[in-house]
Design a protein around this ligand. Structure first.
Ligand SMILES: Nc1ncnc2c1ncn2[C@@H]1O[C@H](COP(=O)(O)OP(=O)(O)OP(=O)(O)O)[C@@H](O)[C@H]1O
Length: 254
């Protein structure tokens, strides 16, 4: 049996007396694209914060490539190969597109101040930043300050920053939020391209994005994964229809 890229085992999280994540289990295989959907307040962002180490789990376990990452800090989890984007823009607005990418690469290389390491680190970071620039199709904007990019370009740059360190498990939080249809279609193509051979977990409200991109959909309702299946099976799942799709995404998902 192959080792899963990411596995959540009966994960629970309470804030004070409120249990927000109530025994969530989820397995994402290597190379698989999984969308997490669910109503507002279901706990999707909390789940991302648990997986990326921003919050500690209350109980259960989370494994990355077969090894427990529970209790590790975000940068340790990142160095083990998991990278996440944020809903809120996470760019250095006064740095250029290229500089933003180079910063992300240097950070992921564990760059520390030492002369020789600095020279080697800068060379490696330059080459990797160039690769990512090409992957996200932003060579023409390389010198443009991140703060003056269009919204869709900023989101594309965020995706570049997320993949810059070469992580093999990518978490994207609402990557197409606030985009027009055509911008969102372009973002889907970009995500598809940059996640080839990687595992993707994304939280997304736009059902055409979810059903267009995901190999597997996990439905989170009140902190529990009530279904996790192929898009076709999720579409016809009566419990999912009742709890979520019937109200929020039925039209796009149909
Ligand atoms: N740090 C926190 N302290 C206390 N309660 C929190 C905290 N973070 C989240 N919650 C609560 O957990 C619940 C789930 O929130 P979360 O943001 O994870 O939901 P979501 O599914 O991402 O929602 P949305 O789709 O609206 O973004 C909410 O009731 C929220 O108020």
């Amino acid at each position: 049996m192959t080792t899963a890229a990411l596995e959540l085992k009966d994960v629970r999280k309470s804030f004070g007396r409120s249990e927000i994540i109530r025994g969530a289990s989820l397995t994402v295989q290597k190379g698989e694209r999984c969308a997490v959907i669910g109503p507002n307040g279901a706990g999707k962002s909390t789940l991302f914060n648990l997986v990326s180490g921003r919050f500690d789990i209350s109980s259960g376990d989370i494994c990355l490539n077969g090894n427990s990452i529970s209790g590790l800090r975000p940068f340790e989890i990142n160095r083990l190969g998991l990278s996440r984007s944020f809903q809120i823009s996470n760019l250095f607005e006064r740095l250029s597109v290229y500089e933003n990418l180079r910063c992300a690469v240097l950070w992921s290389l564990g760059y520390k101040y030492s002369f020789w390491q600095r020279l080697n680190g800068l060379r490696d970071a330059h080459e990797r930043a160039e690769e990512v620039l090409e992957q996200i199709g932003m060579q023409r904007q390389r010198k443009v300050l991140a703060g003056v990019l269009t919204y869709a370009e900023q989101r594309a740059l965020e995706i570049g920053i997320t993949i810059a360190g070469g992580a093999d498990v990518i978490l994207l939080d609402e990557p197409t939020a606030g985009m027009s249809r055509s911008e969102s279609d372009a973002a889907v193509e970009l995500i598809r391209k940059v996640t080839v051979g990687k595992s993707l977990v994304m939280v997304e409200h736009d059902m055409s994005v979810v059903f267009g991109l995901a190999d597997k959909i996990a439905v989170l309702v009140y902190g529990e994964v009530i279904a996790c299946d192929t898009p076709a099976n999720i579409r016809s799942n009566a419990a999912v229809q009742a709890a979520y799709l019937g109200r929020e995404g039925g039209e796009e998902a149909a």
